[in-house]
Write a protein that binds this ligand. Structure first.
Ligand SMILES: [Zn+2]
Length: 323
């Protein structure tokens, strides 16, 4: 169960927020759109969408991330200031499929009738929980999960190309003068995604191990499906509850059975359990980063989606012994 009452504003609070927004719009700093007429202001929920939208919109707009750096997408709770930010945006791109449990509440609170929204998971072949194979230990806990599908769609670079096209299409509707730019930008970015996909396919074809064990949550279902691997994770689709001791034992047994040499863990989660697991099965630990968000330092240094995915591939090749 998740609790997200923060954005459920009562009538009075909505009134106060509305007045606040009115004051900001009248006396506050001018919005980007007012400063640069015609430029599209895009807000996205996760980092990959920010990079995709930024690549497609190019000079004709600007993109920002709704979540603050380092925030965990599944467990984050929007504050009134986030609602204010969405209220001055032109386009909001989000994943859907329960990636953003706060989505309906925040959209209901935003007073911005001209805000366009794009649900990135629409039209993507989604993985249903419990259908990823016999290693899906989450299946029996399904009833406790919030959603019925895996929302980490950006970890399949074919999906990303579909998303890039859809972003280009909605931007073309919003800014018809930019159609040829959006088309050109989208096709250049899709080429890079295809190259990344080809590299993954080639690199992960001949791995000694096909099973990878995550000391984190089950974020890599799409990657596993696309490249013929099997994901085993300590947590479910969201890292918001501690795994049970029984679960830990199950994962340890699988790790031993498949003689894994590496336990993968996520950058923004505690590596305590991953370390425990690694000690238990005498394995090393390595990072596998879903890339939903970046740290402040990473954002500053300009880390890209490709940087994260290339590093993941290096660690997968190392951990799964791929030649
Ligand atoms: Zn996740």
């Amino acid at each position: 169960m998740r609790a997200f009452p923060n954005v459920l504003l009562n009538a009075f609070e909505r009134q106060v927020l509305f007045i606040l927004l009115l004051v900001i719009s009248l006396f506050g700093p001018k919005t980007f759109a007012e400063n640069s007429p015609g430029r599209i202001k895009i807000v996205t929920s996760v980092f990959p969408l920010m990079e995709f939208a930024g690549a497609v919109v190019g000079e004709r707009g600007e993109v920002s991330l709704l979540l603050p750096p380092g925030a965990e997408i599944h467990t984050w709770q929007p504050r009134p200031s986030d609602i204010v930010r969405l209220s001055s945006a032109d386009l909001f791109v989000y994943i859907g499929g329960d990636m953003e449990p706060w989505l309906n509440d925040i959209l209901a609170s935003v007073r911005n009738p001209s805000l366009k929204t794009l649900e990135a998971s629409h039209g993507i072949s989604l993985i249903k929980i419990g259908t990823t194979g016999k290693f899906d230990l989450q299946a029996h806990k399904r009833e406790h999960e919030h959603g019925a599908v895996d929302p980490h769609i950006w970890l399949d670079f074919q999906n990303d190309q579909v998303i890039v096209d859809r972003i280009a299409a909605v931007l073309s509707e919003m800014d018809p003068a930019g159609v040829s730019d959006f088309k050109k930008n989208a096709s250049a970015y899709k080429k890079r995604l295809q190259t990344l996909d080809d590299t993954y396919t080639k690199s992960l074809k001949g791995c000694v191990h096909k099973v990878f064990i995550l000391g984190g949550h089950a974020a890599f279902g799409y990657l596993a499906r696309r490249y013929g691997l099997q994901q085993v994770s300590l947590y479910g689709l969201s890292p918001d509850s501690q795994p049970t001791p029984k679960k830990l034992i199950e994962v340890v047994e699988l790790a031993k059975k498949y003689k894994v040499k590496v336990i993968f863990f996520e950058s923004y989660m505690s590596d305590k359990l991953a370390n425990l697991l690694a000690r238990e099965v005498k394995a090393r630990i390595m990072v596998l980063n879903p890339g939903a968000n970046l740290s402040k330092e990473e954002l500053k240094s300009g880390v890209t989606f490709f940087d994260i995915m290339e590093r993941n591939l290096e660690n997968l090749k190392d951990g799964l012994i791929c030649r």
